[in-house]
Ligand binder design. Structure first.
Ligand code: ADP
Ligand code: MG
Length: 694
């Protein structure tokens, strides 16, 4: 079936012997469809079956290979019915215990047979035991029980057994040679510490020689060799994508100085130096005919919105429309208010679009957008919908981009394609991007950082407390409120279910109102209508309420300086980035600010450390770096939600140091070996969605 020189990168796993339809379907769940994929699916750890241990030397807790003869096999009806097989080797005996077994096994495991078995030794009723060991009946003709190499243990999915995946991988390895799995990296491009040939690295990792355990430096070098190649594949893919984008043309935009100055004078504050710097970086981009692709990163409260408004004004002055997308209705509404206040004096009509806008009102907005009478359109992801046709979209602004996937951002960009011109893109995020990730996950973007906060902010004092202290904390609210201050109480839930979250908030609002008769309690959650949410926020802002019970809808965009106590329930369930973002709602005015992170014990060691990071730091960047160390990059950026890069082998907290060499190698490959670059992209990124086809 398989052609003899087809590359293993392309050869379907189905061509392997013993790969049944069920197994193939299950392997697909692990991302394995080709023989090459199987080879890049590395073992998690190894078992040492390279030598036989005499039974007399075993102690509980050992993992060992042993060999012996069956002295006795019987079914014990006592306790849980089980099959006990006693084996001896002259140095001692040990019981194998099977809680379930087939008739065939029962027959196979008969007195006098020779067995080799591997498993964990425990102490049982009658001495040492192994439960459900891996075993093999040995013919008396056979002499070798032990294996030549360490035995790999692979990450599995339900229904695929180690034995099956070991067999398939061994077959795949036997097919691999320099023609079918070619070396694509010139030696000199590989960092010296991991300079192995691809095939040698793979053989070493799948079948390490005796004595070469998980922690061995040779295996580390082999792993690093593969991680390097994988990172390189992704880097090449992103760079190619970026180059493609930069070949497009974008509208030229120039800031109208007079208007810009009038706008800045109308603000009740002056810009920070960091804001000024980022504004001028954006101006330079907009004045170029290449589409801007700029990510503005600034911690919560660093003042990104006004930077975005300045960019919008430049687009408007150049007669282009601006689309602004926010991840939640609440934030979109807040932007709508701000932008109206800031930019309507310039005669701009601002349209608002959300999923909930229906009927006539929606039609009117859509018309204003397509006719071009609306200069700015603010909305949630409703902006992507097909009915939305822009007249002359020149600038797309995406706020809190960590909530959107790469493809969503690209979709909005495509919408603006007119007369061969692509709109400029400005992306804003509070999620700090550690350097290592910035180099990869966002390699298609230019980065600006607002690394300074507006003056007059109060540091937030954060405490971590178990739910057993809830009553104390509730009591503290009365005292707080009697001093004229306001507070938030945030309810979270582990499920992503908005309905459950809202119900929890409703209940909490009732119990808090009962417990605190002198405190005026308001409630806000995602199921309220936009106008209702707006009314609650406005009333809270105007101090008609003291305590706002909320779901995580208030995570972004809520700005009430007098509210500077926040209690977050079940804090252990949220990511650090999200907690930091929530906490950013307080400390926006004068006077002390507090945040209490309530958790439900018991907390794991890691969970304790994570909350500790938040208690000890108020710097989003520090928090992100520490979080990365503790948890790995995927969770930090919410990989799962947003479809960022998922690696098969590389782990940025371990392999991040390779990235400089990766960037250099990528440049050389594109210049000197373009066809190898393409093959590397195909090998490592392949069909995977976001960058390749964009
Ligand atoms: P974020 O970066 O989190 O989106 P915002 O843009 O919402 O922050 O700004 C937070 C608050 O700080 C807003 O009330 C905004 O008006 C205010 N602000 C922005 N820039 C400055 C500044 N330079 N000086 C004082 N206040 C500022
Ligand atoms: Mg913001």
């Amino acid at each position: 079936m398989a052609s003899h020189n087809q590359s293993l990168d392309e050869l379907p796993a189905a061509t392997l012997k013993g790969a049944g339809a069920q197994t193939l379907k299950r392997l697909e769940k692990l991302g394995i469809t080709t023989v090459g994929d199987l080879l890049f699916h590395l073992p998690l750890r190894y078992e040492d079956r390279t030598h036989v241990t005499p039974i007399g030397h075993l102690k509980p807790g050992d993992h060992a290979l042993l060999e012996g003869r069956i002295e006795l096999a019987e079914i014990l009806p006592k306790g849980r019915r089980s099959l006990i097989v006693r084996i001896g080797d002259g140095t001692g005996f040990l019981d194998l215990r099977f809680f379930h077994y087939t008739a065939k096994q029962r027959e196979q495991l008969a007195r006098g047979k020779r067995l080799g078995c591997y498993g964990e030794v425990r102490s049982g009723y009658a001495g040492l035991e192994m439960t459900h060991p891996d075993y093999k009946v040995i013919d008396d003709a056979e002499t070798e029980v032990s294996e030549q190499a360490l035995t790999p243990v692979y990450p599995l999915t339900e229904g695929v057994h180690q034995k099956a995946i070991r067999r398939l991988t061994a077959q795949a390895l036997s097919l691999a040679d320099a023609t079918r799995l070619p070396e694509l990296l010139p030696d000199t491009l590989i960092p010296p510490a991991s300079r192995l040939q691809l095939l040698d690295a793979l053989r070493l990792l799948h079948q390490p020689p005796p004595g070469c355990g998980e922690a061995s430096p040779r295996l580390a070098a082999a792993r690093s060799r593969l991680a390097f190649e994988e990172l390189l594949g992704h880097h090449l893919s992103l760079s190619r994508f970026r180059a493609k984008m930069q070949a497009h043309r974008a509208p030229l935009m120039h800031t109208n100085r007079e208007a810009a100055n009038q706008f800045l004078r109308s603000l009740p504050f002056s810009l920070t130096a960091a804001q000024c710097r980022v504004i001028s970086e954006i101006e330079t981009d907009l004045a170029s005919s290449r589409p801007m692709m700029r990510l503005v990163q600034g911690d919560v409260g660093s003042g990104k919105t006004v930077v975005a408004a300045h960019a919008a004004l430049t687009a408007l002055s150049s007669n282009y429309q601006v689309g602004i997308m926010a991840p939640t209705e609440l934030l979109a509404e807040q932007h709508f208010r701000n932008f109206r206040q800031w930019l309507e004096p310039f005669g701009v009509h601002i349209a608002f679009l959300s999923g909930r806008l229906k009927g006539e009102a929606r039609k009117t907005e859509l018309e204003a957008i397509s006719r071009g009478t609306a200069g700015i359109v603010i909305g949630t992801h409703a902006l992507f919908q097909e009915q939305v046709v822009f007249h002359r979209l020149g600038l797309v602004i995406i706020d809190e981009q960590h909530r959107f996937g790469v493809h969503q951002r690209l979709a909005l960009r495509e919408k603006g394609l007119q007369d061969g011109l692509y709109p400029h893109q400005l992306i804003m995020t509070a999620t700090p991007i550690p350097r290592t990730l910035a180099m990869l996950g966002y390699a298609d973007l230019d980065l600006s950082v607002i690394d300074e906060r507006p003056p007059g902010r109060t540091p937030v004092k954060t405490t971590v407390a178990p739910t057993s202290r809830r009553a104390d904390i509730v009591a503290r609210i009365t005292d707080w409120v009697s001093r004229g201050r306001q507070a938030y109480w945030v309810c979270t839930l582990i499920e992503e279910s908005e309905v459950l979250q809202c119900e929890a908030a409703e209940k909490t609002a009732v119990t808090l109102a009962e417990a605190l008769p002198d405190v005026r309690v308001a409630l806000i959650h995602g199921r309220l209508k936009p106008a209702e949410k707006e009314a609650v926020m406005q009333a809270f802002k105007e101090r008609h309420f003291d305590l706002l019970v909320a779901t995580t809808v208030i995570e972004v965009g809520v700005d009430v300086p007098n509210a500077s106590l926040m209690i977050i329930e079940n804090a252990e369930r949220l990511g650090l980035a999200q907690l930091h973002q929530l906490r950013g709602r307080v400390g926006r005015g004068p006077g002390e600010a507090h945040c209490v992170l309530l958790y439900l014990p018991p907390l794991s060691e890691t969970a304790k450390q994570r909350l500790g990071i938040l208690r000890d730091s108020d710097d989003g960047f520090v928090i992100a770096e520490k979080d990365l160390e503790l948890r790995g990059p995927g969770e930090l950026l919410g990989t799962r939600q947003t479809g960022q890069i998922q690696f098969r082998i590389a782990d940025l907290s371990r392999d991040g140091h390779l990235l400089d060499a990766v960037a250099q190698a990528a440049a050389v490959l594109f210049r000197d070996y373009p066809d190898r670059a393409e093959r590397l992209i195909r090998r490592w990124v392949g069909h995977s969605v976001q960058y390749a086809g964009a």
